[in-house]
Design a protein. Structure first.
Length: 115
């Protein structure tokens, strides 16, 4: 039976992992919630607060769209080329310098979590 949607806001994969984890503590998760939780556990090296900080900085300091900021925080690109690919849908064209600055900002997260 469909459930009523109470609130709708984008979440990073790490934030979704936390929400689902709390849901699992309160009650039994549905099949699809378990699948989503397992996917999040396998695919996000970040904590929820870290991922939210990345999104906010990318949007506020670098002027990226919400879609790009969330994509980057979820995927955490390991190379500048991968970052460029994620920025393809940006309405404004970013310079090489801006891309290098974004990558430099991301690098501490990448290096810390790729080990």
């Amino acid at each position: 039976m469909p459930r009523k949607i109470l609130d709708k806001e984008p979440l990073t994969l790490a934030e979704a992992k936390d929400v689902l984890s709390k849901r699992g503590e309160d009650s039994e998760m549905s099949y699809w919630q378990r699948v989503a939780y397992e996917h999040a556990m396998r695919n996000t090296p970040l904590e929820a607060e870290e991922s939210r900080n990345i999104v906010e900085k990318l949007m506020n300091d670098f002027g990226l769209s919400e879609l790009s900021a969330f994509s980057i925080a979820n995927i955490l690109p390991t190379t500048e080329e991968e970052l460029k690919d994620l920025l393809q849908k940006e309405p404004k064209m970013l310079t090489e310098t801006e891309i290098k600055e974004i990558y430099a900002f991301l690098f501490p997260y990448i290096s810390r979590h790729s080990q």
